[in-house]
Unconditional design. Sequence first.
Length: 169
Amino acid sequence: MNKKQAVIIGTLLVLIVCAGVLATKLNSPLYVNGVDSGKTNSAVSFNNSDKKNNQSQFFDETKLTRDQKNATTLQTLKTLIDDKNVSKENRDEAAKQYTQLAMNTNYESKIETTLKAKGYEDVICSIEDNKARIIVKGKDKLTDKDTREIKNVVLGIAKIQEVEITTKQ
């Protein structure tokens, strides 16, 4: 088995685990005994007519997609770091990227938790380069006080000044 096959197998394992976590989190198995669970709205149904559930589903699916992408990228970088056939410069660059992605993932989680603790119903945080994108669940447009509060949380945790904030109903 070569390195490429190992990376593919590792990636598939990560995706299987994420699907299991999502199924458990939504408290409905994807399949039971090879048969759909019998509900008209399965855990991964995109045609759910319940608007409130669709809103929650957007946040859950976005977080799951982000976490899967991060896990795959971290696994690929870890493989590069551990490969002795890769040049020292490339391994150092991969280690730097690995550390940055791991820190950003930690910051995203802390920012989401802090904002939820401040009363926001649901939050998605995405950090790329030196920019943070925040999606807040809410019906109304955010006030200047809310915007300042979110920016202060991001600045306090991740030391990022450029923050893009949007609301999603």
